[in-house]
Design a protein around this ligand. Structure first.
Ligand SMILES: [Ca+2]
Ligand SMILES: [Ca+2]
Length: 230
């Protein structure tokens, strides 16, 4: 890409070859995570990359087999029985005296996800004030789409800890040891825990909502989940 700098002297002359200097400008590389051409837009955000292969949505079928195979490069999953919409923009609505929690408004839907979607990276969630619930989280999906989701169906990756090598972690149907066992996870195995339920615990129950790598939803005691085990 070149920018044509016209060095016109006098106004009646149209520029000829000698008047035009070609200054090379860095071209946007669409996959190096840098803004190469200096327009503040990085890679796929840059309109120069619109037709780039690197920015085309990936057509992989995301299912639990995909999740298991790619577990190392996934930070979370969206797992829901209803559709989840990814939004481009989010507006925060400040709390008022009658509704001190405030709210968020999701704007400009990008894509609707059915079933399971793999999240490549997650941003800092938006929480309601006063230790209130989580209201929104920014995510980048493995199909390279980026935006905001309602965290209701968002599960973040973690690992089983504090389980002996000859034992397993039981996944229960409800948040009590007495409920039915739905599945087991090996020691040090991966799991996804419900992103916003971690802020609700500390009350009566130490159980947390999780989904296994087979897509089974249930509950485990948080003392066996890494980063929640204190
Ligand atoms: Ca770039
Ligand atoms: Ca750029």
């Amino acid at each position: 890409m070149y920018v044509l700098l016209s060095l016109m002297i006098g106004c009646e002359r149209s520029p000829d070859k000698e008047d035009v200097v070609e200054v090379p400008v860095a071209k946007e590389d669409c996959s190096d995570k840098k803004d190469n051409d200096g327009d503040q837009k990085i890679d796929c955000e840059d309109s120069d990359c619109q037709s780039s292969k690197a920015c085309a949505p990936i057509d992989e079928k995301i299912d639990w087999a995909y999740i298991r195979k790619n577990i190392a490069s996934i930070e979370g999953v969206i797992a829901c029985s209803h559709d989840v919409i990814l939004y481009k923009d989010l507006k925060e609505i400040e709390g008022t005296e009658s509704d001190p929690m405030g709210d968020v408004e999701f704007l400009n839907p990008i894509h609707t996800y059915k079933g399971v979607a793999a999240v490549k990276s997650q941003g800092i969630p938006i929480m309601a004030p006063y230790h209130g619930p989580m209201m929104a989280v920014e995510v980048e999906l493995t199909d390279r789409r980026k935006g905001w989701i309602d965290p209701t169906c968002y599960y973040t990756k973690s690992q089983v800890v504090n389980v002996r090598s000859d034992d397993v972690l039981n996944v229960r149907a409800k948040s009590t040891y007495r409920s039915k066992k739905l599945s087991t996870i090996p020691p040090n195995g991966s799991l996804f825990y419900h992103f916003s339920s971690s802020s609700d615990v500390g009350g009566m129950s130490n159980f947390i909502s999780i989904v296994t790598l087979d897509g089974i939803k249930g509950y485990v005691n948080m003392k066996y989940v890494k980063d929640l085990d204190n």
